[in-house]
Design a protein around this ligand. Sequence first.
Ligand SMILES: [Zn+2]
Length: 180
Amino acid sequence: MSSSNAVLANATIREYRDLIRNQDDEFIKQMPKVEMHVHIEGTMTPELRWPLAVRHRIPIPNPRTGKYCRDLSELKGLYDLLDDLEQGGVEGGMLRFFELYYGGFDVLRDEEDFYLLAMNYFQRAARMNIRYCEPFFDPQGHTRRGVSLDTVMKGLQRAQLEAAEKLNACTETSISEHIG
Ligand SMILES: [Zn+2]
């Protein structure tokens, strides 16, 4: 199957994406929601990844240049996967997606990092009035890098408690390990 026939034109995807991003409907925003099966590591944003990388002195490679990212705006550019779709087709886009997804794990080292990751998600969830959510995390993705399960859980649970206490959303949260 030719990948170029299987997907919408990138210009169309960009147009839909911008339409959704610019959607500002109060009714939809205020509607109570649930969010099931959230891969918490996948909620990593470049805006969070950059300061964590700076704090831990972890350089972030830019596969498009073969060098390291120099600043946040360069890193943000990598998160526009449509550029990679244009150049590498669906396979190229998927490869970049997984590079970004697993690359984001690198900056998660201590309890504070996991706390910040989860709080970043809970704050966005609160703005969307998500009342119940089920974040999952990937235990092996951290233990194989030498980060203990205890570190991961302490950070995530501290965020969960604080979100339930201070944010008027996500009052019901179930955090589980994603095995397999
Ligand atoms: Zn899953």
